[in-house]
Design a protein around this ligand. Structure first.
Ligand SMILES: Cc1cc2nc3c(=O)[nH]c(=O)nc-3n(C[C@H](O)[C@H](O)[C@H](O)COP(=O)(O)OP(=O)(O)OC[C@H]3O[C@@H](n4cnc5c(N)ncnc54)[C@H](O)[C@@H]3O)c2cc1C
Length: 432
């Protein structure tokens, strides 16, 4: 049985970047366990691909993600420039359709300053000013966030994987974690094909499966999760030129971790609208509604008996998901949601679906969405759960914060032997 010092479960952008930092700092035996044929096959490639400016993150409640996003912006920019990776500074308008939503934008302006976004990169525009900038956008007012950028996080993940491999990390692809056996000094990880490895420390970064993996370590038994598919439609040819910047609207349901569908300029030149948020029964149900039968039955019984049931009894949640369902079944309904601020678009301008992605927010024992990332120490293990948007934006710095915490907890008690690298660990930590 191969022995590792650190085994990271999940080759998404988070697990891959954590492996990069560990391999950059230490000469220890590290592996990334990924069930697919490659890294970044799930949320890390199936997303809106925006490097967000964190003006909409509450500086009290989402301080860490806001900080990580600010620091990471520069890190991504340097990497993209150095390696010629996708980087399109398209900017973002967040539009308010009435006075009430305008108040939210005023709050976001203050949060933007508190979150250290340079003042020259954020401005509030009235409807007429927006019209001059973007003649097809109608709104009461808008926040113009100038440095929002479109990229491709799948490409970024592959670049970081290369660096991590150069430093000695082993990527165990096609390895699906089935069960774990915790012993005094290490953990035996059993795979679907009946092979196994052992590791002193396990880091759980399994995205949509991170909660079930944490439960294998006897943690968070009282929590559950739900899967929401975000669907996109691609604009045909010239219709994509109707608006030249990303356009988001102030979310109608502020208590939930989704934004309404937006107008997106992709780094490959395409324009899309989306995503909506349709409840589906597994973290990989990219089409249809049920997924594989065994997973679906398990999920339905979990919802029927667990804390997610409390959420399904809340009228505003039911109202939110019924609206989202309709926009999955009917393209026209989806387009109508964007038409509120881009009135000239028509359903017929969108004939092809984009790549759907799935968010898996965690539900607290009280039946609420967990508002932030959750980190947990378990037996021989560390778990990062609920790592949702803008997770990809903030990952270079956030993953360094995680590694710093592992050091402080004595879980990475090895001599530091830093290698020349794309990013500097101490420089990131000094900015916190
Ligand atoms: C629709 C959508 C839009 C988004 N838009 C943005 C955006 O514009 N900007 C932004 O910053 N963020 C965005 N996000 C969020 C961002 O994509 C995520 O925060 C980020 O990709 C999470 O990365 P991850 O590595 O934690 O998860 P993942 O990429 O899902 O990686 C987890 C990995 O674990 C593997 N795994 C799971 N179970 C096992 C097992 N048992 N054994 C082995 N391997 C396993 C999976 O195969 C997967 O590769 C969006 C997300 C979605 C879904």
């Amino acid at each position: 049985m191969t022995k590792y010092d650190v085994a990271i479960i999940g080759g998404g952008i988070l697990g891959t970047t954590i492996s990069y930092w560990i391999s950059n700092l230490y000469d220890i035996k590290t592996c990334v366990i990924e069930k697919e044929s490659d890294v970044a096959m799930h949320a890390s490639s199936r997303n809106t691909a925006v490097i967000h400016s964190p003006f909409y993150l509450d500086p009290q409640k989402k301080k860490i993600l806001a900080k990580a996003s600010i620091i990471s912006y520069r890190m991504w920019k340097e990497l993209a420039k150095e390696r010629n990776l996708p980087w399109k500074n398209v900017g973002k308008l967040m539009v308010a359709l009435d006075e009430g939503q305008h108040k939210t934008l005023e709050k976001y302006m203050k949060w933007g300053v508190q979150n250290e976004i340079p003042q020259e990169d954020l401005e509030l525009l009235v409807g007429n000013e927006v019209l001059k900038k973007e003649p097809n956008v109608r709104c009461y007012s808008a926040l113009n966030s100038k440095r929002d950028t479109s990229t491709d996080y799948g490409v970024f993940t592959h670049e970081i994987k290369k660096e991590s491999e150069k430093n000695g990390t082993i990527f165990l692809l096609y390895h699906k974690v089935n069960s774990v056996k915790i012993t005094t000094n290490d953990t035996i990880v059993n795979f679907d094909d009946n092979t196994n490895i052992t590791s002193k420390l396990i880091i759980n970064c399994a995205g949509g499966n991170s909660l079930p993996i944490a439960k294998k370590f006897g943690l968070v038994e009282e929590y559950s999760d739900l899967n929401f598919r975000g669907e996109y439609w691609i604009a045909d040819g010239k219709y994509g030129d109707l608006v030249k910047t990303n356009v988001y609207s102030v979310a109608k349901f502020q208590g939930y971790p989704f934004l309404d569908p937006h107008w997106i300029k992709r780094s490959n030149g395409e324009t899309e609208i989306g995503p909506n948020a349709i409840p589906v029964l597994s973290p990989e149900t990219y089409s249809g509604y049920l997924g594989d039968l065994a997973t679906s039955i398990a999920k339905i019984s979990e919802i029927a008996t667990g804390n997610a049931k409390k959420l399904f009894m809340k009228p505003d949640f039911l109202s939110l998901i019924s609206k989202e369902w309709l926009s999955s079944i009917s393209k026209t309904v989806m387009i109508e949601r964007v038409k509120k601020f881009i009135p000239s678009i028509r359903s017929s301008y969108f004939s092809k679906r984009g790549t759907a992605g799935i968010r898996t927010p965690i539900i607290t024992p009280q039946g609420d969405f967990l508002p932030d990332v959750m980190e947990l120490e378990g037996p021989n293990s560390y778990h990062v759960l609920n790592y949702n948007s803008p997770g990809a934006t903030g990952v270079p710095a956030y993953s360094a914060f995680v590694v710093k915490k592992l050091q402080e907890k004595g879980l990475l008690d090895y001599p530091v032997k830093t290698k020349p690298s794309i990013w500097n660990f101490e420089k990131v930590i000094d900015q916190t």
